[in-house]
Design a protein around this ligand. Structure first.
Ligand code: AVJ
Ligand code: FE
Length: 409
């Protein structure tokens, strides 16, 4: 490569990173448009911080990694202790500065970050900048589900839906595929790419719909221990729930949204199926058997707009599971990306050869056999965190996220 080409490539890269940072920020701030101070500070659930905290934490993280670690500046904000990930217990995160004050903090960090981007050594730092955009993307999604949770808590009436047919299934023939992602924007837990052999299995063409799940409700599934694991039944006795959390304004063909891993597992047992392992999920989503190669997205390697899947809040709710035929995987699965996250049967673990990046607490401390992996992203998930290899993880009792599932057998 000539110097000139190398140079213009770097310019291009700076432009692209800058654009991504700005687009991501615009999406984050759009969530706050109608938010009052009470909502900004309210803790909707003991396990999730107020949305105002998440907003400040986005700026704090940007200042820590870019301004302190890379630009070697010393911290000059009073917000350090408030917005650091493990500085204060979640319950002490309710006395927050105002939205305007936090926005000033974001703006002041961001303008220094963009100045530094002009001179940053991207050969050294490219991975970090991509990580940072995905960090904000993920907190942006958390803000969105905490807002949805607050809405649900303010009350709604539960509807019964017409129940629906059992799901159509697709046969995935036995063989090897490549799992994971070595790209520059891959998170530590996606690396390295490795070959995995799977026996033949069948996977649902669509995520489980609310209509299908209504059959489980109608059959008193929530009252019958027969479908639940011991841990799941124990959780249910204490949680006392009778339907998925996000059950308002849904139709029979909407995907189930707002279930714990336990509910997903119980439903799968009820229909004589099980949850897919992560490998089964990823092969069905990304493997192009004809060309023996993995795809970044089910439909190919480019995320063009929003006609292939429901993400980035462009529709602002879940869509019918058959709404995106252009988003099918090579095997013919729908909705592998967007709409709802999908619980898998797999505990969160490092792949063989895992090394942490950028800090041990991003992924590795969660390899504790207590977290299950979710795949695929939701109707909120930002484009930077949307791909077949992306792994999300939560405790099995968490149902406040935009999580559904599909089954295999
Ligand atoms: C992977 C979404 C569970 O939000 O706690 C954000 C991502 N890590 N900041 C989370 C994360 C550090 C993480 N999840
Ligand atoms: Fe964070």
């Amino acid at each position: 490569m000539s110097n000139r080409v190398a140079h213009s490539h770097i310019i291009d890269q700076r432009q692209q990173l800058k654009q991504a940072l700005q687009q991501c920020r615009q999406s984050t701030l759009a969530l706050f448009q109608t938010v009052d101070y009470d909502t900004f500070c309210r803790q909707a659930h003991p396990e999730f911080s107020p949305i105002g905290w998440h907003l400040g934490h986005i700026a704090y993280t940007e200042a820590l990694w870019i301004l302190e670690h890379c630009a070697k500046k010393t911290r000059n904000s009073e917000f350090g202790r408030l917005f650091i990930a493990d500085g204060l217990p979640k319950a002490d995160r309710q006395n927050l500065p105002t939205l305007t004050e936090v926005q000033h903090y974001l703006d002041s960090v961001r303008s220094q970050v963009l100045d530094y981007l002009e001179i940053a050594d991207l050969n050294q730092q490219e991975r970090l900048w991509h990580w940072l955009i995905q960090h904000e993307s993920q907190h942006s999604e958390t803000i969105a589900f905490v807002l949805e949770l607050l809405k649900v808590q303010s009350g709604y009436s539960v509807q019964d839906l017409p129940s629906a047919q059992p799901s159509e299934m697709i046969e995935i023939p036995a063989g090897y595929f490549e799992m994971g992602n070595d790209a520059i924007d891959a998170m530590d837990n996606e690396r390295p790419v490795h070959r995995v052999y799977l026996d033949t299995y069948w996977i649902d063409r669509y995520p489980t719909t609310c209509g299908q799940y209504q059959e489980f409700i109608n059959a008193s599934g929530y009252q019958n221990p027969q479908w639940w694991s011991d841990a799941g039944w124990e959780w249910l006795q204490q949680a006392q729930v009778t339907h998925p959390l996000y059950w308002q304004n849904v139709t029979s063909d909407s995907p189930v949204c707002g279930v714990s891993w336990y509910e997903a597992e119980a439903y799968a047992r009820f229909v004589g199926k099980r949850l897919p392992t992560e490998a089964e999920w990823e092969k069905a989503a990304s493997w192009d058997a004809n060309h023996e190669r993995r795809r970044t997205y089910p439909w190919g390697d480019v995320l063009l707009g929003d006609h292939q899947c429901n993400h980035n809040c462009t529709v602002s709710k879940t869509t019918p599971v058959d709404a995106y035929p252009d988003g099918q995987s090579p095997y013919g699965c729908y909705d592998m990306l967007g709409n709802v996250w999908e619980w898998t049967a797999s505990l969160f673990q490092g792949y063989p050869g895992f090394t942490y990046y950028p800090y041990i607490g991003y992924s590795q401390v969660y390899f504790d056999a207590q977290h299950y992996v979710l795949r695929g992203g939701s109707w909120v998930t930002r484009p930077w965190a949307l791909r077949c290899s992306f792994r999300n993880w939560y405790h099995p009792h968490i149902r406040q996220i935009f999580a559904g599932f599909r089954c295999v057998k």
